[in-house]
Write a protein that binds this ligand. Structure first.
Ligand SMILES: Nc1ncnc2c1ncn2[C@@H]1O[C@H](COP(=O)(O)OP(=O)(O)OP(=O)(O)O)[C@@H](O)[C@H]1O
Length: 304
């Protein structure tokens, strides 16, 4: 029989009093893949993760972690958890804490090498509460993976990190994936979700609004943007463009053309600009981003 997926969530519901934080949420995270839960503040990402980790009860639906109920004792050695905050006693020294975590496992990673990799070696004797926010986060990440788990839950692993620490964390996650570890992470960062994940689940208001591989979500489509004087006659420009194209001005003076953006469309736009005495500044062709996808689906900004 095939091994069960890393995570299987069906019709998950979580309420806090009368507020519904997670509303009928379903998705599957495959083994050996990185799955990102992407969504704005309050979308329900942490609630979902904490339910999967067995830290929080749910009000409806089913959750299976490596085929088991969340919180099943058999998962302790198989799952690593990096919470958004805390999880480490304030007085625990970084190095000692990681060695202690390693001692709970049969075949742990070398704690010293892990500390080194995450730039924590010089802080090995520093108590957790005296570490900077970024260092605390990296220690918490190290603790989540030191036992060589099959599945790791990472709640905003790079929030607040400087670019160098962020890069080191990305590399570590890529290595986990290469070693066959399944990873479920939450993030607000589109670039992070796009770079790291095999599958992205976009959540808004406790529901899945879109899911798929990064390239499938953003599609092959491109868009053309330029800045020019406000109030250009877009209807006239649209008439010159191939059928199926769309053009809009938002905000004033910022133009967006969508559709089959190829060499011909580009030539048409620049020719139209030339014949109307319009200097198109910052003219660029770009791929649709996850932000665009989210905006289309919800009418709101991801980072709003
Ligand atoms: N313990 C709690 N008691 C009451 N409401 C809560 C509790 N935890 C979360 N909520 C609410 O549930 C909703 C979802 O919160 P959750 O933390 O799961 O979202 P999130 O997507 O992880 O957000 P963020 O990105 O800000 O961490 C929010 O409206 C939040 O205010």
């Amino acid at each position: 029989m095939a091994a069960p997926p890393a995570l299987e969530i069906t019709g998950l519901v979580k309420r806090y009093g009368r507020a519904t934080a997670v509303a009928d949420l379903s998705f599957t995270a495959r083994r050996g893949e990185v799955t990102a839960l992407l969504g704005p503040n309050g979308a329900g990402k942490t609630s979902t993760l904490e339910i999967c980790e067995g830290y929080r009860a749910h009000d409806g639906g089913t959750v299976r972690v490596l085929g088991l109920e969340p919180g099943d004792r058999a998962l302790r050695a198989r799952v690593g958890v990096m919470p958004q905050t805390g999880g480490v006693p304030g007085t625990a020294k970084a190095g000692e804490f990681l060695r202690l975590m390693a001692s709970f496992h049969t075949h742990p990673l070398d704690p010293a090498a892990l500390m080194d990799r995450l730039g924590l070696t010089e802080h090995a004797r520093t108590p957790y509460r005296r570490l900077s926010g970024g260092q605390q986060q990296r220690l918490s990440l190290a603790a989540a993976i030191v036992g060589r788990p099959e599945l790791v839950f990472l709640d905003e692993p790079t929030a607040g990190l400087d670019p160098q620490a962020r890069r080191a964390t990305w590399e570590l996650i890529a290595d986990l994936r290469a070693a066959g570890v399944s990873v479920l992470l939450t993030t607000h960062f589109m670039d992070e979700a796009e770079q790291l994940s095999d599958q992205i689940v976009i959540i808004d208001r406790g529901r899945v609004v879109a899911e798929g591989a990064p390239a499938a979500l953003t599609g092959a489509e491109h868009q053309l943007r330029f800045r020019a004087r406000a109030g250009l006659g877009l209807d006239e420009l649209l008439n010159a463009l191939p059928a199926g194209s769309a053009a809009k001005e938002s905000p004033a003076g910022h133009y967006l053309i969508e559709g089959e953006v190829g060499p011909e469309l580009l030539a048409t736009v620049t020719a139209w600009c030339a014949s109307h005495g319009v200097l198109a500044e910052d003219l660029r062709i770009e791929r649709r981003t996850l932000e665009d996808v989210f905006l289309e689906l919800t009418g709101r900004e991801l980072r709003g």
